[in-house]
Design a protein around this ligand. Structure first.
Ligand code: FES
Length: 508
């Protein structure tokens, strides 16, 4: 049996659950998300570690918030994870469920660590199939603060709702859950949050919606609903911040002065809710996307709200507040430009803009540290490590779409080359060169090898730019249909067109 190293036991003490993301070394488009449950040590002191695939085998619910129950009637017990959506239970050791379904579970081993500390142990998880080539650890992340270990115990805190932003009251705002027409699905929440103009209420609603989704209080993504609301063309912003054109926000300085650092943090707090837009807009346009896709972007949305809370709290500690300076809505331009293509959205927002953050963040953090502002540097470090996971999510689903032949694949479509598809999307939907220096290490951790992004220039908006052929879309050919009775002839012609998209014309 092949195993993958996921860290040292000492690194797994702060929480009782971790999300483990693995990527195949043989196929960079193959990802596995697991949940590592660390339960209270047994009476004999043995660690109790269990690993299970994060998507429920029933309808794909995220198992990170599964209840753990002991169904055993002897001293060995039988620990099960109970899915939050429909309460099916899965044995943590065998994966079996009384329903007949079976979850993928993975053996966990503790081995001596290759460190000087003889008591240190490393954690290894049975490698998922196919094991050929092996798997690499992309991310090991605590599930959430709800599962933080408190008072040295392995118990779970029972917080129903994560705390609201620390420094701002929501007293004068609309209720978090609207009194009329409260959203019932994730997509409905996504649209409500996009239409929420106040950033504090937006954060509170994000936290509430993700909590409802993860704990099974809403059990549907809702992407197939005919009545699902549409996302706004331009998400409204309230009057707390003056919106100006990109490039007119004033100079931010180099981080040496408090004023300059406030300006930099304010710019970072000027977040866009891209994750909610991808759920609402592309979720409805591509309803075949698996539940794990929506779970990933719900987590990204939660991160975005956490980042805003951290940054706005830090601004207030420094004597300012979010809204004190002008902001621009220029980042929304890229979201709007990529509204009609999920491949383009993932490429431009996650693999260009967010990947650029990976390059810039370490430099910014160093500036804050040099200025003696360790607290801001701590906040920026949290944001940076989260953003690696956002780029990873972009790479995971971009390569997933490529592997199935694109977002509108013809029958029997061949997989698309992810690098060529990414580069052609950047050429069409992004303006200007991708600028270095690149953070090659963190980009590689997120799945981006240098061939994706080196020597690449976008030509969006250039008048005389000849767009490259879009390899992600089937080619269109005209199939003449002389009269309606020739159905078989038409079908033959369509078949001849193969992977091309046949446009059938009828001439009376
Ligand atoms: S029991 Fe898990 S999704 Fe239904």
């Amino acid at each position: 049996m092949d195993f993958t190293h996921v860290g040292n036991l000492n690194d797994l003490q702060s929480h009782s659950r971790y999300t483990i993301t693995l990527r195949s070394k043989a196929d960079a488009s193959a990802y596995k998300s697991l949940i590592l449950f660390r339960l209270a040590a047994a009476e004999d002191g043995h660690e109790q570690l269990y690993a299970m695939e994060s998507a429920c085998p029933h309808l794909g619910a995220d198992m990170s918030h599964a209840d753990i129950e002991d169904f055993g009637d002897d001293e060995h017990g039988s620990l099960v994870a109970v899915c939050p959506w429909h309460r099916y239970d899965f044995d943590l050791t065998t994966g079996h469920s009384e329903t007949g379904l079976r979850a993928c579970v993975f053996a966990v081993e503790l081995r001596p660590s290759a460190t000087e500390d003889p008591t240190s142990r490393s954690v290894w998880i049975e490698s998922p199939e196919p094991a050929a080539g092996g798997w690499e650890l992309v991310e090991r992340r605590p599930v959430s603060e709800e599962f933080a270990v408190t008072n040295g115990q392995n118990g779970q805190s029972a917080a129903d709702l994560p705390q609201c932003p620390p420094s701002t009251t929501t007293m004068d705002l609309e209720p978090v859950v609207p009194e009329a027409d409260a959203p019932k699905t994730l997509v409905e929440w996504a649209v409500l949050i996009l239409n929420t103009s106040n950033p504090v209420l937006k954060v509170a609603r994000t936290r509430h919606a993700v909590h409802l989704y993860r704990t099974g209080k809403i059990k549907s993504v809702g992407q197939n609903s005919k009545n699902a609301p549409k996302p706004p063309d331009t998400p409204p912003r309230d009057g707390t911040a003056q919106s100006v054109d990109p490039g007119k926000t004033g100079r931010r300085g180099k981080g040496g002065s408090v004023k300059s650092r406030i300006s930099m943090l304010h710019a970072l707090a000027n977040i866009e809710q891209w994750a909610w837009d991808i759920i609402a807009r592309h979720g409805q346009a591509y309803p075949y996307m698996p539940t794990a896709f929506f779970s990933d972007f719900a987590r990204v949305a939660l991160d975005e709200s956490k980042h805003f809370s951290l940054l706005s709290a830090r601004l207030e500690q420094m004597g300012s507040h979010y809204g004190a300076l002008s902001v621009h809505a220029g980042l929304w331009d890229s979201a709007w430009e990529t509204r009609d293509s999920l491949l383009a959205r993932l490429a431009i927002i996650h693999l260009v803009h967010e990947a650029r953050g990976l390059d810039v963040n370490p430099v910014t953090i160093a500036k804050f540290k040099n200025a003696g502002d360790d607290e801001s540097a701590r906040v920026l470090n949290i944001i940076h490590s989260d953003e690696i996971t956002h780029v990873t999510a972009g790479h995971r689903w971009f390569t997933w779409l490529c592997a199935r032949g694109g977002e509108h694949p013809a029958p029997n479509a061949q997989p698309l080359d992810p690098v060529a598809t990414f580069r052609s999307n950047v050429q069409r939907h992004f303006a200007g060169a991708l600028k270095g220096p690149f953070n090659v290490t963190d980009r590689a951790q997120a799945g981006l090898s240098t061939e994706f992004y080196e020597n690449l220039t976008g030509h969006w908006g250039e008048k005389d730019f000849a767009e490259p052929a879009d390899s992600s879309q089937p080619k269109a050919v005209l199939v003449p249909l002389a009269f309606a009775g020739e159905k078989e002839k038409a079908l033959e012609l369509i078949e001849e067109a193969g992977e091309a998209k046949a446009i059938v014309s009828y001439e009376a």
